[in-house]
Design a binder for this molecule. Structure first.
Ligand code: ZN
Length: 136
């Protein structure tokens, strides 16, 4: 595998506005934008820090994956996934499958910020939701 960096950390939150306020005002990190991704039923706020990024995710629907994560986490937010940058996501998916990893996404899909992404199933990764991520 060719993993070049931790692209971002995906963090589920219950209130995106409060989160943005905390990270901007208390920690002094600038929010670089907010995007709604309807397909994943999330509103995402981007906070680049150094060479990587925190992505805060608020569910836009009661049945979305972030809503389910929070429900399973006793109503609290928390780290939901780790995204690893790969130069070629199609190749990375094929390599993962060849190594016996179960992919949630066998073909790349659209990710927040214009990335191409694919999730690996946590049952293949020791319980961590890993995202492969390719960006221009
Ligand atoms: Zn992500």
């Amino acid at each position: 595998m060719n993993i070049t960096k931790v692209d971002h950390i995906g963090i589920a939150v219950t209130n995106l506005d409060d989160t943005i306020k905390f990270y901007e005002e208390t920690l002094g990190i600038a929010c670089h934008g907010v995007e709604t991704v309807d397909e994943q039923k999330v509103k995402v706020a981007f906070f680049p820090v150094g060479d990587t990024e925190m992505e805060f995710l608020e569910s836009t629907s009661e049945d979305g994956p972030i809503a389910k994560f929070i429900e399973n986490n006793k109503g609290r937010g928390g780290i939901q996934h780790i995204a690893l940058r790969v130069p070629n996501i199609v190749k990375a998916i094929a390599e993962m499958k060849a190594k016996g990893v179960t992919m949630i996404d066998e073909t790349p899909r659209y990710g927040a910020g214009g990335a191409k992404i694919a999730f690996c199933h946590p049952k293949s990764t020791g319980g961590i939701l890993l995202e492969l991520c390719e960006r221009e």
